[in-house]
Design a protein around this ligand. Structure first.
Ligand code: F6R
Ligand code: ZN
Length: 190
């Protein structure tokens, strides 16, 4: 991999970066156990393992000092009344942070610390979100028809711990309420 400076573009409204080294697609089956309405989840999965979100990564060596960048695209939709979302994770190197810049769509970043502190920040075009070290993060798309598209950058040595979140889920969930999206407590987390 070259160590020379480089640039790429994120064309609007198309948003697929001009340079992509890896394209990850995550479907409904990757989110097993995460949606509250398990019966609806299973019914939907039996019909089709639909695409929920995609990540376009720009690769760099995964060492301290480097940054990893990319575009995350969460498609619109719901399982029951819970909006489509990413799996979410802690960074394996817990003391690493991340920056998200929203390009398109509406949604939330659901976050929590290992001690149980929570934060849910709205995302909309133009918004920069800073995820401090130690905060697990998950993006949720609440747009009816549009994708939630964010640009992200984080330390290349951070790594991903999905297992901790997979066990019980995040403490906060984003669901469709009577007057739009609502943040509720996850009853599975005691
Ligand atoms: C990287 C990061 C994002 C997410 C992406 C998909 O640390 O936070 O690039 O990886 O939004 O979400 P996950 O990784 O939770 O499937
Ligand atoms: Zn991350």
């Amino acid at each position: 991999m070259s160590d020379l400076p480089f640039s790429f573009t994120i064309p609007i409204p198309h948003v697929i970066p001009s340079r992509v080294d890896n394209h990850i697609k995550r479907t409904l089956s990757a989110l097993k156990g995460q949606f509250l309405d398990e019966a609806t989840y299973n019914k939907m999965l039996n019909q089709e393992d639909s695409l929920i979100y995609e990540v376009y990564e720009i690769k760099r060596p995964e060492v301290e000092g480097e940054l990893l960048m990319g575009i995350s695209i969460v498609h619109p939709g719901k399982v029951g009344n819970e909006f489509f979302m990413t799996k979410g994770h802690f960074h394996s190197v817990l003391d690493t942070s991340e920056i998200y810049y929203t390009l398109k769509g509406e949604g939330y970043m659901v976050m929590e610390t290992p001690e149980g502190e929570t934060s849910v920040e709205p995302l909309s075009p133009g918004k920069v979100l800073y995820v401090p070290p130690r905060w697990a993060h998950r993006s949720v798309c609440t747009s009816r028809q549009e994708d939630l598209v964010t640009f992200f950058a984080y330390p290349a040595n951070a790594g991903h711990d999905y297992g901790t979140i997979e066990k019980t889920g995040f403490r906060k969930l984003v669901v469709e309420g009577e007057n739009g999206p609502e943040i509720i407590d996850n009853p599975r987390v005691k």
